[in-house]
Design a protein around this ligand. Structure first.
Ligand SMILES: Cc1cc2nc3c(=O)[nH]c(=O)nc-3n(C[C@H](O)[C@H](O)[C@H](O)COP(=O)(O)OP(=O)(O)OC[C@H]3O[C@@H](n4cnc5c(N)ncnc54)[C@H](O)[C@@H]3O)c2cc1C
Length: 270
């Protein structure tokens, strides 16, 4: 049996986009009722599944929904960014969206949240857990908030050939490696790859190598890490390559260059 959900808007996707839209909608139209649907178990979209050491790359106050400031304009007090605005980490972003959902949306009775539900078209969505099917009325507007949804390494198989003796792990796994590999090859050149080199401080090389001359300003900072076992050596035989996944092997790392295959199907990681 299909259960009818009597709402004016059905928002598909509860990531930054869907949350931002819903937040603004209920602010501007106090009477409307909204159903917020996501196949994930909570709100916040990809942040729920990202690697644990991801942070915003801009000040927290420039991210999130319009009604509620993320990070309370806090300023960093230590490290290379002392004196600059806070950049929220993953747990902070996830808990921020959970609070916005509870306090602004579901609590006041403006939004019905349907986690773990897949929008299947034709005004219908289905619970991935119970199989229950829901339908919204003809007058209800469907808002597709999935347009910019990124693919993330934790949920996307490598889009390149992996040789038998190479071990390829998504960036999320870096914090769980039990044996230090002799070297790493980072596949990717976006934010995720950079984080893999810089933020995973248990194995990164000094920021001086990454930042060049501009790193002189960091000289006085205590947070510069020195390379140790398993760190990417400046003389590594295999220089870093492109991706959001990290390839490693306990003896050696090998990476098939994406340039040897069509990379046009690869979706960019942030
Ligand atoms: C690792 C990483 C770091 C990033 N860092 C930054 C940053 O610092 N600053 C910045 O501005 N941007 C950053 N971005 C860019 C990021 O894409 C946006 O900030 C934003 O989070 C994207 O939100 P979204 O709602 O478009 O997508 P998502 O967060 O992916 O949300 C879309 C949601 O739609 C749901 N969905 C999809 N299809 C269906 C369906 N059929 N039925 C139900 N639900 C469905 C998905 O489950 C998902 O939760 C980063 C991206 C990544 C991957």
């Amino acid at each position: 049996m299909t259960r009818r959900v009597d709402v004016d808007y059905l928002v598909v996707g509860a990531g930054a986009m869907g949350m931002g839209f819903t937040d603004a909608l209920i602010d501007h139209s106090p009477q409307v009722r909204v159903a917020l649907v996501d196949r994930r178990h909570g709100v916040g979209g990809h942040w729920l599944e990202d690697y644990s050491f991801v942070r915003l790359h801009q000040a927290s106050s420039f991210y999130g929904v319009a009604s509620t400031v993320l990070g309370g304009y806090r300023v960093q007090t230590g490290g290379p960014e002392a004196g600059l605005w806070e950049r929220a980490d993953q747990p902070t972003i996830v808990s921020y969206y959970a609070d916005v959902l509870a306090d602004r949306m579901v609590g006041p009775g403006r939004v019905d949240h349907f986690p773990g539900c897949e929008y299947v078209g034709d005004r219908q969505f289905v619970s991935r857990i119970s199989g229950e099917r829901y339908e919204v009325p003809e007058r209800c507007r469907i808002v597709d908030a999935r347009y910019l949804a990124p693919d993330i390494p934790a949920e996307t198989p490598p889009q390149f050939t992996v040789e038998e003796d190479a071990r390829v792990v998504p960036v999320n796994e870096l914090v769980r490696v039990d044996e230090a590999p002799s070297q790493y090859v980072v596949v990717g050149s976006g934010k995720t790859a950079t984080d893999a080199c810089v933020a995973a401080d248990a194995w990164c090389r000094s920021r001086r190598h990454l930042l060049g001359a501009s790193a002189r300003a960091l000289d006085a900072q205590p947070l510069i890490r020195r390379p140790g076992p398993g760190h990417l050596s400046p003389h590594a035989r295999h220089p870093p390559r492109v991706c959001g996944a990290a390839a490693s092997s306990s003896t050696r790392a090998r990476c098939v260059s994406p340039t040897t295959r069509s990379s046009s199907t690869a979706r960019p990681t942030a």
